[in-house]
Design a protein around this ligand. Structure first.
Ligand code: VTB
Ligand code: MG
Ligand code: MG
Length: 334
């Protein structure tokens, strides 16, 4: 019996230029292995510090001339992977966005979904988001453009999404961080009939979940870190989902500072489109630290190996690659 061809495109392997995503996997793997030593030990700063240090070192092997645009903070507060820091061993000029350990609390408490994250874009293509909150809304691929809108009510968005998905609002699951500031959002979503999945932490993985068939997440909404918003935007670009953001300022000074950091044609208070946050060709890579919906975490299958699970994505080709890697602890002992 011959297999039925169900795709209407030629089954060819499209050879595009070098996929830097593969190099990035070694960076997120290194960070994940280092932070996993701190899983469940109740010390989130130690876990974070280990991830940062390992990630910083691993970047030395990546053939780019990179500048950290989303990083650990300013130079005076972060010794490594600070905003503006140069990384890589030379090559094309690139912007780098990192969250060396996304979900430090999850790792410290050995809860699901801690990941290490890196994204790459051409120079000037990531939003220079300050470390403040960002309101976010995201849905998966294959839906009409603008099916949800950050300025519409959650009730309207759920109704519009249900219509596009040809289902009832009661069939939809909204995902949000469990925070007091989201009480109204959660109440309104439930009132509209949707299910709500609440997370203690980690909205990069949650935004990505909207694009994963079988994740059970139809829409992500609410506010979380702005740097995490830019990282999630890079992934959503690769997965053809939709996302909007809005920076949430606490004072005029933050607005003025952001205005001086971002593209001059962009109003920092306006709703941000996906490409306002991550433009041009982008790469995204993450490795699991603790097992979650997106990735399995670090595993120790035998005394001589560590096993990592990573996902690499590229917007140009739309490739989503999962990689399981066995790291031999002592190559000379084999
Ligand atoms: C957010 C979210 C992250 O931390 O930054 C959150 O985007 C912190 O939120 O994914 P609160 O200040 O409300 O606690 C994460 O969950 C993990 O870095
Ligand atoms: Mg972090
Ligand atoms: Mg984080």
């Amino acid at each position: 019996m011959t297999a039925k061809q169900t795709h209407h495109v030629p089954h060819e392997y499209r050879v595009t230029g070098r996929n830097l995503g593969l190099d990035l996997a070694r960076v997120t793997e290194a960070a994940a292995i280092a932070s996993a030593r701190w899983t469940g030990r109740g010390d989130k700063n130690a876990a974070d510090g280990a991830a940062v240090e390992a990630m910083r070192k691993a970047f030395d092997t990546v053939a780019i001339n990179g500048t950290v645009t989303i990083g650990e903070g300013e130079m005076d507060e972060a010794p490594m992977l600070y905003i503006g820091e140069k990384v890589g061993c030379g090559g094309p000029d690139m912007d780098i966005a990192v969250d060396p350990l996304e979900g430090t609390n999850l790792c410290a408490r050995s809860l699901p979904n801690a990941i290490t994250v890196v994204a790459l874009a051409q120079k000037g293509c990531f939003l220079h988001a300050p470390d403040i909150y960002m309101q976010k809304i995201a849905v998966g691929p294959g839906l009409p453009e603008g099916v949800v809108d950050i300025d519409a009510s959650i009730g309207q968005n759920l109704a519009s999404l249900a219509q596009a998905k040809k289902c009832d609002v009661s069939d939809l699951t909204l995902c949000a961080l469990e925070r007091e500031r989201h009480n109204e959002l959660v109440a309104k979503a439930r009132e509209a009939g949707a299910r709500v999945r609440l997370l203690s932490d980690g909205d990069v993985a949650a935004v990505i979940a909207t694009c994963l068939p079988g994740s059970g997440v139809d829409i992500y909404a609410g506010s979380g870190g702005a740097p995490e918003g830019v990282l999630a935007a890079a992934a959503i670009r690769c997965m053809n989902g939709q996302m909007q953001g809005r920076l949430l300022f606490e004072n005029e000074e933050q607005i003025a500072r952001t205005r001086s950091m971002i593209r001059p044609d962009l109003d920092p208070t306006q709703a941000l489109s996906l490409t306002d946050m991550a433009a041009g060709p982008v790469f995204f890579c993450a490795t699991g630290v603790t097992t979650g919906d997106l990735l399995r975490g670090i595993e120790y299958p035998s005394s001589n190996y560590i096993r990592t699970h990573s996902v690499m994505m590229r917007s140009e080709s739309g490739t989503i690659r999962y990689m399981e890697t066995y790291h031999l602890l002592d190559p000379h002992a084999a």
